[in-house]
Each structure stands twice: as C-alpha cells, then as structure tokens.
Design a protein around this ligand. Structure first.
Ligand SMILES: NC(=O)c1ccc[n+]([C@@H]2O[C@H](COP(=O)([O-])OP(=O)(O)OC[C@H]3O[C@@H](n4cnc5c(N)ncnc54)[C@H](O)[C@@H]3O)[C@@H](O)[C@H]2O)c1
Length: 280
C-alpha cells in the first residue's frame, strides 16, 4: 500500500500500539550494527508473527526488499517520526486523587518525551497541596496552563502538543473531558470507566488494568499445555499396585477415573479455547 494511501486510511490503533516494540527491537539491532533485517527476524525480536509485522509496516509504507529485508536505520527513523520520538509533549492530569498524584510523580512522566505540566482537581481541599514537584491547581485554570504549555496565544490550536489525562471519579469524567476539549486538547487518555462523548477530531484512549489482566488470563488459559494423554499401560500398572496396597476396588477406580477424567477435560478445554484464539 503506498504511504499516502496508508496515511489517508489512518493506522489502526493496534498497529500503533505495536510500533514501540518494533522500535525497541530495531534500536537493539542498530546497536549491534545490523544494517538490514528480515521480517522474520524482526518479528521474532519484537514478539509478533512475521505476517503481522509486514502488515503493520505496510501501513507506514515500508515493504522491505525481497531477499534483503528492511533497512534498519530507515525503519527506526520512520517509526520514530510516526511516534513523535524526539518531540516533547506536555501532559495535564485532571483528578488529583490517589491515581492522579501517583501518575504525576511517575518518573516516566517527569522528564523526557512526556512531561506532566499540571495536576488539577475541583476539590478545594486539595487545591494548593503539593504533589511531588507539582502543586495541585484548580481545574478552572486548566485552559490557561494548556495555552502556556502549548506556547500559543489564546484560541490557537494546541493539538499535537498537549495530552490530557483523566483520573477523576467516573462521575466527574465527562466534565473533565469537556474541560480538556474546551481548552483545545485533542488527545485524551482516560483511566475512568464509561463512554466519553467528544467532538470529531478528538482522540480518546482508555487504560484499564482489569481488562489487561483479563487478556493475560485469557491467553494463559488458552496456552496452558494440555495434560498428557493417560498411558493405558501405566494406568494398568497403577491399578495393579492399588489392588495390592488397597484391597478395596472403589479406591482403585477412583484413582484411575480421576486421572482419565482430568486428562480429557483439560484437553477439551484447551482445544476449544485454542480454536477461539486462533480465529481472532
Ligand atoms: N483504569 C484503571 O486501570 C484504573 C486503576 C485505578 C483507578 N482507576 C480509576 O481512576 C479514577 C481515579 O481513581 P482514584 O483512586 O485516584 O480516585 P480518587 O477518588 O482518589 O480521586 C479522584 C479525584 O478526581 C477529582 N474529580 C472528580 N471529578 C472531577 C472533575 N470533573 N474535575 C476535576 N477533578 C475531579 C476528585 O475531586 C478526586 O480528587 C477512578 O475513576 C478509578 O476508578 C482506574
């Protein structure tokens, strides 16, 4: 797909979410002076399958050269540019409760690409309190801080330079989101449950630890190795031993029965989940 076509169609969120993994893998390869890399090797380094990687990179207009692979330095520059690496982004957080304060103090958001420039709340009891290196401000001041951070005059677009984070209660989330939109913020990350209404052109992503855990649990369940099929000879031997040690027939049947039943259940459960995963 030509790059301009991909740009017009937009890159799927799932692809964008994988780009940092590709960038990390490519940077490692560059550090090892690897100039070109095959899709298979790059996919293995990034932990995805090769078809997925080729599809993802085709959205960037990068197809690699048959028999040669991808130019590592070119791809690093391409992905880095798409991800805004090397640019500074200001982050404003609304909701200065437990989560908001923890995020504001998170080292990954205090220096480098993303830097929290304001922590806001509507609770007058919190306003003015220190939270790490920041002072909690009245959410009424949000628009002013956003304008200052974007380095623009009032009314100018602040898209692409300020990201808003919502860490309020679920009940206060829409109000917080509206405040961000009014301030000109077009990229919003929310930790709250529930749908947020935003005008066209405003991008919202939500993070939910419980959902991520559920995905991991699902995969762990799907990938759990099936119990080995019972060995009929071994079962016979166990039954013989049981018969020697335990005179009761019931005991021997229980042991053998439980073993077989577990094996069948596990194999069935694994098979059906594996199929569902395979068709996703
Ligand atoms: N997604 C996740 O994985 C995840 C994990 C933990 C918490 N959460 C969610 O994050 C949110 C915050 O959690 P918390 O423990 O910090 O809650 P908290 O009650 O300690 O803090 C919420 C803060 O938001 C403020 N607030 C509410 N509405 C506001 C508004 N419109 N404008 C400005 N301030 C507003 C409140 O005054 C309060 O100080 C909750 O919705 C919680 O469910 C999500």
């Amino acid at each position: 797909m030509p790059a301009d076509t991909a740009a017009r169609r937009g890159i799927p969120d799932a692809t964008v979410a994988r780009l940092p993994d590709y960038l990390r893998a490519l940077t490692d390869l560059m550090d090892q002076d690897v100039a070109t890399v095959s899709s298979g090797d790059l996919a293995a380094a990034a932990g995805v399958n090769a078809a997925q990687l080729r599809r993802d990179l085709s959205y960037l207009g990068s197809h690699g050269v048959r028999g040669v692979g991808y130019d590592t330095a070119h791809l690093v520059a391409e992905i880095g540019a798409r991800l805004g690496v090397g640019r500074d982004w200001s982050v404003v957080i609304i909701g200065a409760g437990r989560l908001g304060q923890a995020l504001a103090d998170y080292p990954g958001l205090t220096a480098g690409t993303f830097r929290v420039v304001g922590l806001f709340d509507r609770d007058q009891r919190l306003i003015g309190n220190a939270a790490g290196r920041l002072t909690i401000q009245d959410v009424e001041r949000l628009a002013q801080v956003v304008r200052t951070s974007a380095g623009s005059s009032p009314g100018a677009a602040v898209a692409n330079s300020v990201i808003g984070v919502i860490a309020t209660s679920a009940e206060g989330a829409q109000e917080a989101c509206d405040a961000l939109v009014t301030a000109g913020v077009t990229s919003v990350l929310t930790f709250t449950h529930g749908h947020l209404r935003v005008p066209a052109g405003v991008h919202v992503r939500s993070v939910d630890v419980a959902t991520e855990l559920a995905v991991l649990a699902f995969r762990a369940q799907a990938e759990r190795p099936a119990a080995p099929a019972p060995d009929p000879q071994l079962a016979d031997r166990l039954a013989a031993v049981d018969a020697t040690l335990l005179p009761s027939n019931d005991s021997g049947e229980d042991i053998g029965g439980a073993g077989v039943s577990n094996g069948v259940d596990e194999a069935d459960g694994h098979g059906s989940t594996g199929e569902r995963q395979g068709t996703r």
